[in-house]
Design a protein around this ligand. Structure first.
Ligand code: LLP
Length: 421
């Protein structure tokens, strides 16, 4: 297993390029740094795992919506998983084939459903009112919509409650006791709806593949019931959710191959087309947030490293108490002591931290410090809190050159929102 970030003589490299050199050559502000070849390798792991199965890899755009990254994933062969009309528009802009896209969500808007219907996107039915809106959208668009029923299988994914979705009290999907109502509703709209499959998504950061097996067994059972009602459905969509090794602990975590192998026989036994919806496991480990140290201070019993990045650029630690590995990009100063630090940003609240209780060498002012595994749900969840402005993004390409793949947001961008009012 080849990973894009590696350390040699205390220098951090991305695909053989010294991160310090990149830091020295770009604007002095936090930035995201990706490895393009790592994105390809992560995709390849899924493609290999799916060999011999009819399948769609639907990349969950919410994880990272950089247009250049989307174009790259599309060229590799991905479909896309969408949760808003704007994500659908972006997917179209990136050249995704809409008939390999899936529109999810518990509160899809009519106008977005109309666009999805026009484009021939698969739509997941999430509730009674959602079904009615899809019917309406089909009529407005004058197109029949291919739908999957999003079933809430009540499987506990054993993750943080904010990222668990497939348990019975969650706001997502339909419960099995209502299945017959939905089948009747689909039957009564033969001009608007074609039922083509069943979908579930259990949650995110899942690190035990048995959880997927449990869900797939339940889902195949539902598919049998649905087929017994006379529907010719071919798609099983098992959602996304595979976790990654945020702790860099060397723990052996399930790979895409492990995931697919737990459902392969079930899928083959029913001659199904498998849809998967990975976000994090395709993109998270391809990137880090690169910061520089503003200063070091001590208050009470706590030592702090204050960096220019913050919860505005990367909110997962603040929001979920998530751990993301932190390290310095260059050798520490001679005789630097190792201490326990909270790594914090300049934002005016105590929730603003990137890491707590990290053993690090005391860095010099200006030293580079990275937060790893920042490719998923970091830039896409960034805000402009404290007018920090969203950071630029770069990637290291296959030939080792570095290219900018997104401009950093500027103060002028902010002012533009008020022009002409
Ligand atoms: N499919 C559906 C229906 C989803 O709701 C999600 C993620 C995915 C696929 C992709 O899941 P993944 O493979 O990335 O785990 N902001 C949180 C994660 C929220 C996930 C939302 N749904 C975080 O930073 O951990």
């Amino acid at each position: 297993f080849q990973h894009c970030f590696s350390k040699s003589k205390d220098f951090l490299y991305c695909e053989g390029v010294k991160v310090q050199d990149i830091l020295d050559s770009v604007e002095q502000r936090p930035f995201y740094l990706y490895s393009k070849p790592q994105i390809s390798r992560n995709f390849e792991a899924y493609r290999e795992a799916l060999e011999g199965l009819k399948s769609i890899i639907g990349y969950a755009i919410k994880a990272n919506n950089n247009l250049k990254i989307l174009e790259h994933l599309r060229q590799l062969g991905c479909g896309a998983v969408l949760v808003s009309g704007n994500e659908l528009k972006l997917a179209l802009r990136a050249g995704f084939d809409p008939t390999r896209c899936i529109f999810n969500g518990n509160g899809k808007l009519l106008e977005d459903l109309v666009l999805a219907a026009q484009e021939g996107v698969f739509v997941n039915v999430d509730s009674e009112f959602d079904l009615n809106n899809i019917v309406l959208a089909a009529r407005i668009a004058g197109k029949k919509v291919n739908v999957l029923l999003r079933i809430n299988p009540d499987v506990d994914p054993q993750v943080h409650p904010y990222v668990a979705t497939g348990n019975k009290n969650s706001k997502f999907g339909i419960r099995n006791e209502k299945l017959l109502w939905f089948l009747d509703a689909v039957k009564s709209h033969p001009n608007e709806l074609k039922l083509v499959g069943a979908h579930c998504h259990l949650g995110s950061t899942i690190t035990k593949v048995d959880i997927f097996t449990d869900a797939a067994i339940l889902m195949v059972n539902y598919i049998d019931q649905i087929r017994a009602q006379g529907f010719d459905i071919q798609y099983l969509n098992i959602g996304g959710g595979l976790g990654i090794d945020y702790h860099h602990s060397g723990a052996v975590l399930p790979t895409p191959m492990d995931l697919i192998n737990t459902v392969r026989d079930l899928v083959l036994s029913r001659d199904l087309n498998l849809i998967i919806e990975p976000g994090r496991s395709l993109i998270a480990n391809t990137c880090c947030l690169v910061n520089h140290v503003i200063g070091v201070k001590t208050n009470g019993t706590k030592n702090f490293i204050v960096v220019n990045g913050s919860m505005a650029e990367l909110i997962r630690p603040s929001l979920y108490g998530a751990y993301q590995h932190i390290e310095l990009v260059s050798p520490p100063p001679p005789n630097a002591e190792v201490s326990t630090f909270d790594v914090v940003g300049p934002v005016c609240e105590s929730a603003d931290f990137l890491g707590k209780d990290r053993e690090l060498h005391t860095p010099d002012k200006g030293a580079g410090l990275v937060v790893h595994d920042a490719g998923a749900y970091c830039m896409s969840m960034a805000s402009t809190y404290n007018l920090k402005m969203r950071p630029p993004e770069y990637w290291v390409q296959d030939d080792g050159t570095v290219a900018k793949i997104r401009h950093g947001e500027t103060f002028e961008d902010h002012i533009r929102y008020f022009e002409g009012l």
